[in-house]
Design a protein around this ligand. Structure first.
Ligand SMILES: O=C(O)C1=C[C@@H](OP(=O)(O)O)[C@@H](O)[C@H](O)C1
Ligand SMILES: C=C(OP(=O)(O)O)C(=O)O
Length: 445
């Protein structure tokens, strides 16, 4: 259990400089998992060394792969080959990370081994039936608590069967769990998604040598198929800076008069950039410079300058491309002029915390008028003036809630305190030092 770490963020002057945001969390998890089932060595540059990803690395070692950081900061994974994962002698503790738990359950399900998964108090509340259901259809078995929560035991099988599965909820984690089980299953496994979710699993599977096809169906949905039991070969991976983490310094720069920040090499996969589209629609001055591809993923250097923001309506169909960015968007909306309406936020209720409730409560405490709709929408009434602040906000073991309110505190009349900043290390180690290095005033409270 981490020690609670209260933090206080006070109003700042202009923010200026360059922030090198750490590596993409989604891509980092996947690079370790696929490296572990490939033949030969995978070399990973820029792996996120956050708690969530370090838990994945530890789990891959317990399953028989080698995964180590070299003295040069580069990670090297020596894989066991597809189908070669061994039964772990210990419980797989995935900490705070839904991605690690759900994707790894999929990967081990097609191996004849038994794995016990657990997590921290936040992860053990999150729904797992969304992955255990389809994986059971493929032939794995699960034994655990009622209600489909961790801790639970996966009884894997080397006789899994391919399925065609239509996602009942827009989730890249569910899609990926099924594709990763399909990877070691003879035949073709297909996942149909009505709304496109992040496609890092598909891109990386191809990079390692698997055949993955994407086909548009008559109703507009996408059918993503993986051909089972390919030969995967170790690769070099360059992890881009995480657009979900870059969102925090980006919004901070937008809010503070006179600011200009450069954020180099940020991942610009179109399935991840909904927040940036939204901020530009709100009037933000963001330049996407030097657009290029790095190891199969588009990246750009973001130059963000302060300027006024106006309220807008954010449509529900944009949610999958900015699902983790609503807390920081809400902080921006609180400082904008006019009303921002965010539609289709039901999934926010099952993240590290109930993000819809936590954001609404925290903003209310900071003097911002908000409404949560019965349709899981969030309306934030911005006045164009700095919100009051002067409150302590609860974070409920949620890194993104903590960072969002620390950014808000840079712009409020009185400081904003968060009850616990310890979980920031799950996704953005070094956040406080990097932000203070460009002019923020975040300190222990
Ligand atoms: O696949 C992934 O790496 C992720 C998918 C999303 O979750 P869902 O699939 O539950 O929407 C996102 O919220 C999470 O931070 C990372
Ligand atoms: C939801 C998140 O991650 P996970 O589902 O992996 O815990 C997140 O990082 O915002």
């Amino acid at each position: 259990m981490l020690q609670a770490k209260p933090l206080r963020s006070s109003s700042t002057g202009a923010l200026a400089g360059t922030i090198r945001v750490p590596g993409d969390k989604s891509i980092s998890h996947r690079s370790l998992m696929l490296g572990a089932v490939a033949v030969g060595e995978t070399v990973i540059h820029g792996l996120l060394e956050g708690e969530d990803v370090l838990n994945t690395a530890a789990a891959m070692r317990l399953l028989g792969a080698q995964a180590e950081r070299g003295g040069d900061g580069v990670w090297r994974v020596r894989g066991v080959g597809l189908g070669g994962l061994g039964e772990p002698a210990q419980v797989l503790d995935m900490g705070n990370s839904g991605t690690a738990a759900r994707l790894l359950m999929g990967l081990v399900a097609s191996h004849p081994i038994i794995c016990v998964f657990t997590g921290d108090a936040s992860l053990n509340k999150r729904p797992m039936a969304r992955v255990t259901g389809p994986l059971e259809q493929m032939g794995a078995r699960f034994v655990g608590r009622s209600g489909g929560r961790l801790p639970l035991t996966v009884v894997g099988s080397d006789r899994t069967v391919p399925i065609t599965y239509r996602l009942p909820v827009a989730s890249a984690q569910v899609k990926s769990a099924i594709l990763l089980c399909g990877l070691n299953t003879a035949g073709t496994t297909t996942v149909i998604e009505a709304e496109p979710t992040r496609d890092h699993t598909e891109l990386m599977l191809r990079h390692f040598g698997a055949t993955v096809t994407t086909e548009r169906m008559e109703d507009g949905a996408l059918a993503v198929s993986v051909t089972g039991q390919p030969e995967l070969t170790g690769r070099t991976i360059v992890v881009p800076a995480d657009p979900s983490s870059a969102a925090f310094p980006a919004v901070a720069a937008l809010l503070r008069p006179g600011s200009e920040l450069l954020l180099p090499g940020v991942g610009m996969n179109p399935r991840r950039t909904g927040l940036y589209d939204t901020l530009v629609e709100m009037g933000a001055d963001i330049a996407f410079e030097n657009r290029r591809d790095e190891a199969g993923e588009p990246v750009a250097d973001l130059r963000v300058k302060h300027g006024p923001l106006k309220g807008i309506v954010v449509p529900a169909d944009r949610a999958p491309s900015m699902i983790d960015e609503y807390p920081i968007l809400a902080a921006a909306a609180a400082c904008a002029e006019g009303t921002t309406v965010m539609l289709g936020l039901k999934e926010l209720r099952v993240k590290e915390s109930d993000r819809l409730a936590m954001v609404a409560d925290g903003l209310t405490k900071c003097g911002v008028k908000v409404e949560v709709g019965a349709d899981d929408s969030l309306t934030v009434y911005g006045t164009g003036k700095p919100p009051q602040g002067g409150a302590t906000v609860a974070t409920a073991m949620d890194h993104r809630i903590a960072m969002s309110f620390l950014v808000l505190g840079m712009a409020t009349s009185e400081p904003v305190q968060v009850d616990d900043g310890a979980f920031i290390d799950t996704s953005f180690p070094g956040f406080v030092a990097l932000m203070n290095g460009v002019g923020a005033r975040i300190a222990g409270a």
